[in-house]
Write a protein that binds this ligand. Structure first.
Ligand SMILES: [Zn+2]
Length: 241
């Protein structure tokens, strides 16, 4: 019997290892969009664009292609890097953090979440459908799971908002952003930057309002995100033991 349990644990562990994938977390230097490495960059003018094209050793055609032939001046555009530029960056230590995450596991939408200013549930008789994570303006918001952008718009009191659709009828929502980078219809990878934290809409300070939904039902994101010691108090389920 003991032998059988041992074999079972061995097989189970092998499956766990097999289903874990290695993902990269985008940072301020190295980001990904449509499978290409580069950087979301504010482009002010065509002179600005020409300088960037030279700096990253790419062609104007490559920049146009990845931005759907629509470069918006005074706005963020994705600038792909040449392979040489990527090598240069990586050799200077500007690599993306690499982490293991199993295929169906969500990751945190901001890398350094350390407080929750408002938990999921009723607040003054009104339902708060997500968690509020205070963060500095401009903090990278990353996709919590592979998915598709189904909406990128200004949603009244919630300000600049992005909805992602994931497999098995799960959705995630990111609100009060200062910048939405990705566009409706884009496919995004877990760990890929999708926007920047801000305070747009009805908000008293820079924070990310983050939701996880199953179909159209908002669920407590803390039930899905990897456990964090800091949030034990606000996490009823994981506090039961
Ligand atoms: Zn909120």
């Amino acid at each position: 019997m003991r032998k059988l349990i041992f074999v079972f644990i061995f097989v189970f562990n092998s499956i766990m290892v097999f289903s874990a994938e290695s993902i990269n977390l985008d940072n301020q230097d190295l980001q990904e969009y449509k499978g290409k490495k580069g950087l979301w960059t504010m482009v002010q003018s065509s002179a600005d664009l020409n300088n960037l094209v030279k700096k990253y050793n790419i062609t104007l055609k490559e920049v146009k292609e990845i931005n759907d032939n629509n470069i918006s001046f005074g706005d963020y555009n994705f600038l792909p890097y040449s392979d040489d530029y990527i090598k240069e960056l990586e050799s200077s230590g500007k690599k993306r953090e690499n982490m293991a995450s199993s295929e169906n596991e969500f990751i945190w939408p901001i890398g350094n979440a350390s407080t929750i200013s408002s938990t999921f549930g009723y607040r003054n008789r009104k339902m708060h459908t997500g968690v509020d994570l205070p963060a500095q303006r401009g903090t990278a918001i990353i996709a919590v799971m592979d998915g598709r952008v189904i909406s990128n718009h200004y949603e009244g009191g919630h300000g600049k908002t992005i909805y992602l659709e994931h497999r098995n009828n799960f959705y995630s929502r990111y609100s009060h952003n200062s910048v939405n980078l990705v566009k409706k219809g884009d496919f995004v990878k877990k760990g890929q930057i999708i926007g920047y934290v801000g305070s747009s809409g009805n908000s008293t300070g820079n924070h990310l309002h983050f939701e996880i939904r199953y179909k159209d039902v908002p669920l407590n994101p803390l039930d899905f995100l990897p456990f964090k010691e800091e949030f034990k108090e606000s996490h009823l389920f994981k506090n039961w033991k």
